[in-house]
Design a protein around this ligand. Structure first.
Ligand code: ATP
Length: 204
């Protein structure tokens, strides 16, 4: 019997958008995951911008991913006091599901920053890291080269480039009455409705 495959996909999800949804669908299918934990961050130590309250981000994650079979929106990092680290979450998942093969799913921009993560080398001991390409600003730093790291600890995720970011969604939502492109093309319809109903991201 093959080991149960459990994925983790962390992020601010402020808000979740179509790029995240495509990545989740690709991870479920290509890595043949039995379960994928979508884990909104608590205090994101590497993001200078204050995040929207966790309750909003969790609710939007449920709307964006909750109906996908195998996905569990996991609030544990939002309940942790102080900075939250991926290694701690993965260790908890490993303890909860002994014998499972863990996969950590991320976009290429995150993978490039991996060597700055807390105890990132320990991550490679307990998880396979699966990386989806992401459209980058031309100024992006030199690419992350998984060949420099232990064999078999990385798996590419095939995903068409999705030119969308939460930054762009927030910028568009800040001026909803300006003519032009709205957020409807960039986020699931239920998330767009939630943003509107809760007046999220409006410019002060
Ligand atoms: P922001 O614009 O606020 O920085 P974001 O769009 O990068 O947000 P996050 O919640 O920070 O979204 O990202 C969570 C994870 O999703 C990260 O691993 C990131 O690399 C990945 N990701 C986000 N958008 C895309 C995309 N368009 N294509 C591939 N991966 C993505």
């Amino acid at each position: 019997m093959r080991a149960r495959r459990v994925g983790m996909f962390g992020g601010a999800f402020d808000p979740p958008h179509n790029g995240h949804v495509a990545l989740v669908q690709a991870a479920l299918a290509q890595l043949r995951l039995d379960e994928l934990r979508v884990v909104p961050t608590g205090h994101a130590w590497h993001k200078p911008r204050p995040l929207s309250p966790a309750s909003y981000r969790l609710a939007m994650c449920e709307l964006a991913f909750g109906a996908l079979p195998g996905v569990v929106v996991d609030d544990r990092e939002t309940r942790r006091a102080g900075p939250t680290y991926t290694i701690d979450t993965l260790r908890e998942l490993a303890a909860e599901q002994p014998g499972a093969q863990l996969y950590l799913v991320m976009g290429a921009d995150q993978a490039r920053a991996l060597p700055t993560w807390h105890r990132w080398q320990d991550l490679l001991q307990i998880t396979i890291i699966s990386i989806a390409e992401r459209q980058e600003p031309v100024t992006a730093e030199a690419g992350f080269d998984s060949n420099n790291f232990p064999q078999g600890r990385f798996e590419p995720l095939q995903l068409p480039l999705m030119p969308v970011s939460a930054t762009e969604v927030r910028a568009l939502a800040a001026r909803p009455h300006n003519a032009g492109r709205g957020i409807a093309q960039l986020v699931p319809a239920a998330v767009a409705r939630y943003i509107e109903q809760h007046h999220l991201y409006l410019a002060p």
